[in-house]
Design a protein around this ligand. Sequence first.
Ligand SMILES: Nc1ncnc2c1ncn2[C@@H]1O[C@H](COP(=O)(O)OP(=O)(O)O)[C@@H](O)[C@H]1O
Ligand SMILES: [Mg+2]
Length: 471
Amino acid sequence: MNLFSRSLKSILLWLLVPALLLTMLTALGLSNKDLRKQITVAYDRSLVGALNSLNHNISTQSGGLSLEQPYTLLEFYELTANANVFFKIAADDGLSVIGNADLPMPDMALESGKAYFFDTDYLGEPVRSVVMAREAVPPLYGDNSVRIIIQVAEGIEGRESFINRMLWRSVWRDLLLITVVMVIVIVGIVFAVRPLERLRHEMRSRTINDLRAVSTDGMPKEVMPLVNAINVHMQRYTEQADRQRQFLDDASHQLKTPLSVLKMQLDYALRESDPQELREVLLSMNEGVDRAIRMTSQMLALARVRDSLDTQVWQQSVSVDLGELVNGLVRDLWPVIRERRIDLEVIRPETPLCVLGVSWLLQEALRNVLDNAIRYCPRDGKVAVSLDRLNATTAQVVVEDSGPGMTEEDRQKAGTRFRRGKAGKHLPGAGLGLAIVTTILQMHQGHMLLEPGQALKGLRVRLVFTLSSGQ
Ligand SMILES: Nc1ncnc2c1ncn2[C@@H]1O[C@H](COP(=O)(O)OP(=O)(O)O)[C@@H](O)[C@H]1O
Ligand SMILES: [Mg+2]
């Protein structure tokens, strides 16, 4: 399992515990060294003390080497040092020795009056020893050149066990500290994660239709972007659900009437035996089916356009040349234009006019406007399409026809779904074309204006677009 797919708690513990243990071990290593040094200094100091008391008790008054009460002294010292203690007092010519004669000596020259420490083994155990040489006053056997060597050694187990005790104590103290830190961390995490738990609980207990925004009250700052993203997502989902509901409402509303009319015609046809009458009914049914097909395809087009408002359609945005778009449409609609004997005039701009947008959507918008102009103007009518730049950032496509035009009321209500105007009443149509145009233009930061015709006296439709930058 990936480390970061674990819970926050375990991630922190997995990172913290080894880090703390490592820190503790390093600190222990360092303090072990320090501790040894300090304890050695302290123990060495008392070893020198023992050496000095031996030194004071040495006498050469008799001409030979003698020591007063050496053993009581050492027994007492042994007790305080908590280890075996050995000593040796010798003349450096080796002729007289008191104490542990075979105590090993360091192999170096000894300066008089100076204490030397060294580690060695004695009787099979490691010992720490101090040694000092001094002049004999009065001289030994009357010989001035003979010095007295005083040496004390003690077993090191006393100091080792002391060091170990100290180290264990600091290990326990550190472990206690780590445990306390862990508890604090876990409690902290539990508190910090509580809002997330609340969020999870809230989301899980919601019903499927509950798409209200999640409250950000009491959320930690780090979680806020996540909650906001969830809310944006739910908002989009709500809008999409609304659009789908609208489509269903539209579809059922609009198809119910033509279907029941078709059903009535069918019933009538089934009862009818006169072939002439039957043919009339079938022709009228054919028209009805055509109307239903047209309505359905327009409704689907509108749903598609609305849906594209917030789907990936915008990723298809390119710079679209409006002139090219008009040319393509004219080619497409040419059969209808010729059949209705329409005199079509297209006035193109001197420089290309480009709009940033989705080509097929812009084409759909223009197609609806051009289709209306062609269909609502009489046979042998006139349609003029012109493209002009309004200023540095906007351009317009104007479609004017010599048809009946639209009343003031019809123009104001244009773009309302399923609303058909005066001219549309007697011709097939769904009343969705201008609604589609309005939606598409909104998406492209443009707008549609309907005006009474100027040159041709019919309807003048102006589609105003924002040009793509850099033109
Ligand atoms: N060029 C035009 N001339 C006259 N009336 C028009 C023109 N364009 C649109 N209309 C009116 O606006 C109404 C709505 O148009 P539209 O939304 O395209 O739906 P449809 O064409 O299916 O009726 C039409 O029914 C018609 O009355
Ligand atoms: Mg139309």
